[in-house]
Write a protein that binds this ligand. Structure first.
Ligand SMILES: NC(=O)C1=CN([C@@H]2O[C@H](COP(=O)(O)OP(=O)(O)OC[C@H]3O[C@@H](n4cnc5c(N)ncnc54)[C@H](OP(=O)(O)O)[C@@H]3O)[C@@H](O)[C@H]2O)C=CC1
Ligand SMILES: CC(=O)[C@@H](O)[C@H](O)COP(=O)(O)O
Ligand SMILES: [Mn+2]
Length: 402
């Protein structure tokens, strides 16, 4: 076997980060952890550093970094490891993503905060395993261009996109997406915790109810996105950029069991699907191990025990965020960043108890109405739009702050 791949893990302290380290731990001959990047969870980061012995740690949150230094964690970690890892802040992150010591970057920071480091890795020609779907929704054109210019390889971690990737021809190239006889891509969706609640009940759900996903254990933001189905909307836009097919060839199908992770329908009538237990270690192991198949720790799927797989069309009255996303898909450069930013602000405020669940769609719709047709020519335009939408969304929540 060739020398181990050197991994930089962005968002190591999150759900995807923890699952990635679990897979890596099973294959010490294949992978070494060069760097771990956290937001503010220094306790978990410290333990991960003990377990995986990285060369570099980044703590993006300035207060958390100051706390790390002030509480003597540098000295404590060095004493325990027998060497001193570099510990830096957000200002060190872009250079780290481009470092020649790094072979593979796992992009698992949540939200638009993941864009800059992921883009740095793509510009530097790294192998990028992408969980952070929001970065593609905000700046998909510029990420794909960066990858094509540098020769970076962009591989999907998101379970649906990973499933589609596994069902595409081995020589699939996004630049020639329409030449493979693909009829459409079908993204499956669980329907989240509110699939069967009455429309009246849904008006009054709490953050605790919204994060209680029926099948997946995930961070709070994506869990709320699954409840509203904004997650599937973000995934439609993610698929548009990642697989290069037009909006009319992208569809969503509710599948409450989350066993069929997505499908590719071909012109001859064949539908290819990837199945597995709902465990993110499977897609993570798939892209980490490529071209080899490696063990992930996931349980085996027992179809006889499962017995029934169900499918239904999504109801856009129940899931209006999905309807907004389908509209945004047709204006992916301009409306998709608005959808993403408004959703991020609204979900953050919903989780903090500042707004109610129905306000998420109200605020997103109002932002799309105001900003959904802005002309985007450059990455700076997209970032400006993202910033403006956040200010506007907050003004709709706290009118007195503007
Ligand atoms: N969880 C899942 O199964 C799936 C997740 N994804 C995508 O993967 C991404 C991560 O999701 P998930 O792991 O669930 O999220 P979590 O909330 O569990 O973890 C988020 C991670 O991002 C870090 N982070 C948050 N804000 C910042 C910031 N401003 N700067 C730097 N780091 C930051 C957090 O650090 P800290 O905790 O230290 O503050 C943490 O490491 C999301 O984009 C999500 O959509 C995609 C498919 C499946
Ligand atoms: C695990 C994963 O990829 C999530 O994005 C998942 O798809 C969320 O479940 P929903 O299908 O409910 O959005
Ligand atoms: Mn997904």
């Amino acid at each position: 076997m060739s020398s181990p791949r050197s991994i930089l893990l962005l968002g190591s302290t999150g759900t995807i980060g923890v699952n990635t380290l679990d897979v890596i731990r099973r294959h010490p001959d294949r992978f070494t952890v060069y760097g771990l990047v956290a937001g503010r969870n220094v306790q978990r980061l410290f333990q991960q550093a003990m377990d995986h012995r990285p060369h570099v740690l980044v703590i993006c949150d300035a207060d958390a970094l100051a706390h790390w230094h002030q509480s003597g964690l540098d000295e404590e970690l060095s004493a325990k490891l027998g060497y001193s890892p570099q510990v830096g802040g957000l200002n060190t992150l872009d250079a780290l993503c481009a470092s020649s010591e790094v072979d593979t970057v796992v992009a698992a920071i949540v939200g638009a905060a993941g864009l800059k480091p992921t883009l740095s890795a793509l510009k530097a020609g790294k192998r990028v395993l992408l969980a952070n779907k929001e970065s593609l929704v905000l700046a998909g054109r510029f990420m794909i261009e960066a990858a094509q210019q540098s020769g970076a390889v962009l591989l999907p971690v998101d379970s649906e996109h990973n499933a589609i990737f596994q069902c595409l021809p081995a020589d699939f190239d996004v630049r020639h997406a329409t030449s493979y006889g693909i009829e459409r891509l079908v993204l499956t969706a669980s329907g989240g915790p509110f699939r069967s609640k009455s429309l009246d009940e849904i008006q009054h759900v709490t953050p605790a109810q919204a994060v209680a996903h029926p099948n997946w254990v995930m961070g709070p933001k994506i869990s709320v996105d699954s409840a509203t189905m904004a997650n599937k909307g973000l995934e439609l836009i993610e698929a548009l950029w990642m697989f290069g097919l037009p909006p009319a060839q992208l569809s969503v199908l509710i599948h409450p069991q989350s066993i069929v992770h997505s499908l590719v329908e071909y012109k001859d009538g064949s539908m290819l699907a990837q199945l597995g237990c709902p465990d993110m270690r499977t897609p993570i192991a798939h892209v980490l191990g490529l071209p080899d198949r490696i063990s992930s720790g996931s349980a085996r799927l027992n179809l006889a025990n499962i017995a029934r797989l169900e499918f239904e069309e999504p109801d856009l009255q129940r899931f209006p965020m999905l309807g907004l996303a389908f509209d945004a898909l047709n204006k992916a450069d301009s409306a998709a960043p608005v959808f993403n930013a408004a959703n991020e602000v609204s979900v953050e405020c919903f989780l903090k108890g500042i707004i109610q669940y129905p306000d998420i769609v109200r605020i997103t719709a109002q932002c799309l109405e105001r900003f959904g047709s802005v002309n985007i020519q450059s990455l700076d335009d997209a970032l400006d739009l993202d910033a403006q939408v956040r200010v506007h969304a907050r003004s709709l929540i706290h009118p007195s702050t503007v």
